[in-house]
Design a protein around this ligand. Structure first.
Ligand SMILES: Cc1cc2nc3c(=O)[nH]c(=O)nc-3n(C[C@H](O)[C@H](O)[C@H](O)COP(=O)(O)OP(=O)(O)OC[C@H]3O[C@@H](n4cnc5c(N)ncnc54)[C@H](O)[C@@H]3O)c2cc1C
Length: 384
């Protein structure tokens, strides 16, 4: 659509970034009948760093948008139970079937992000891989009125838009170009290392905690489970990053000896991936002719596994605001997002600091659970 166009293309919305936040936003805008271009500098189906777990709110969004069956059809295992293992004490909870959510799921990002982008294309959005946002076009009063994008051939093109949406992740180019101010920052970050193991139990996720460490088992596609090990960021830098495999084995053994026994003698099916951590942040996420969604506007430590679910929630908040068509609606988008997020941000930051003992961690998890229930209620109220 863009290549070779002599006249300048114009869309109601240009969305930069075609993963969970961007593809979902594009899908919902296209379903409203808007003309949408969603572009990503990466390739269709590319993987990204993630431990994959969707919380109830994320699964609910996929159900509400008619996409949960596609997730199941891809062979994503249904996680029917979740266990919290505090030291040697295990608390196992069933995932109660409710509101169309029969189980939790942790689809590979190669599948989930692609499924969302394909659904956006089915809804009429133009989905393009390869070009990247490099600059913005503005009117004389400073309003963003278009995106300058650069193809892999190095050629720059201008695409006009009523709104340019940055769903381009934590290091968002759009946030930089509009100088979006950061108004909340986390204090802590934790390091994480993960890989995939075949042949583990596939209907239960497990979250293990001991002082200073965490580990987890998250069943995903292909008969594998993702197993992660998490630790305070300084430990990641000092002891883990130089040899991810050895550091991972040490932390899993320290945190969850029975899990380490399960993995002993087995080989992971993929390479070890490490993330040193990054404190959370909230950025101003709207302005004249622009908005941010997903990690671009609101990032938190992955220890509570909530970024994808939040991205799917906020895609809908933003799409509704864009549909209302006023700058005021965009301001409401940010304030609703923040109202739903501040508590979770605080709890996540506290857990990521690893300053807790197990007696302190349990009430934090109860608070987290209440916050997540509130979020689910908020999403259900959209259908009322
Ligand atoms: C180690 C780790 C584990 C995690 N585990 C979980 C978990 O278990 N559960 C969970 O819910 N969340 C988890 N998260 C968080 C989750 O991955 C993110 O919140 C989520 O990916 C955010 O999605 P997004 O679409 O906003 O951004 P991203 O996934 O970062 O996607 C941004 C996209 O924008 C594209 N892009 C960037 N700049 C440009 C540009 N200039 N032009 C064009 N395209 C551009 C990129 O190519 C990319 O595809 C984890 C994160 C990490 C790092």
């Amino acid at each position: 659509m863009i290549d070779g166009a002599q006249t300048r293309p114009r869309y109601d919305a240009v969305v930069v970034g075609a993963r969970c936040a961007g593809a979902a936003t594009a899908l919902l805008l296209a379903r409203q009948g808007l003309s949408v271009l969603v572009l990503d500098r990466d390739r269709h189906g590319a993987d990204t760093l993630s431990t994959l777990a969707l919380m109830r709110a994320g699964v609910l969004q996929l159900h509400r948008w008619g996409l949960l069956d596609r997730v199941r059809d891809l062979g994503t295992p249904a996680i029917k139970f979740t266990s919290f293992v505090y030291g040697d004490e295990t608390i196992t909870l069933p995932i109660k079937p409710r509101d169309g959510v029969d189980a939790l799921y942790a689809p590979r990002r190669t599948l989930l992000d692609t499924l969302l982008a394909d659904a956006a294309a089915d809804a009429g959005a133009d989905v393009v891989y390869g070009p990247r946002l490099v600059d913005l076009e503005r009117s004389s009063d400073g309003r963003v009125i278009g995106a300058v994008i650069e193809g892999r051939d190095g050629v720059r093109r201008l695409v006009g838009a009523d709104i340019v949406i940055g769903a381009d992740g934590l290091r968002s180019t759009l946030a930089r170009l509009v100088q979006a101010a950061t108004y909340r920052e986390g204090r802590h970050a934790c390091g994480v290392v993960y890989t995939f193991w075949p042949g583990l139990e596939d209907s239960r996720s497990r979250w293990h905690y001991r002082a200073g460490v965490s580990a987890g088992v998250i069943p995903t596609n292909g008969g594998s489970a993702l197993v992660f090990a998490a630790m305070p960021q300084p430990r990641f830098y000092e002891e883990i990053q130089s040899d991810l495999a050895a550091g991972y084995r040490r932390v899993v053994a320290e945190c969850a000896p029975e899990l380490a026994d399960e993995l002993a003698g087995k080989a992971p099916s993929e390479r070890f991936r490490g993330f040193p951590g990054q404190p959370g942040l909230m950025r101003r996420s709207y302005g004249p002719g622009w908005a941010l969604v997903g990690d671009a506007g609101y990032f938190k430590d992955p220890i509570t596994a909530h970024g994808i679910s939040d991205a799917l929630r906020d895609a809908e908040l933003l799409a509704r605001a864009v549909g209302r068509g006023s700058d005021r609606a965009l301001a409401d988008y940010q304030s609703t997002r923040d109202e739903l997020s501040h508590k979770l941000f605080e709890i996540t930051d506290t857990i990521a600091g690893f300053g807790w003992d197990l007696d302190r961690l349990k009430p934090l998890h109860l608070d987290l659970s209440k916050t997540m229930n509130h979020e689910v209620e908020a999403l259900l109220s959209f259908d009322a």
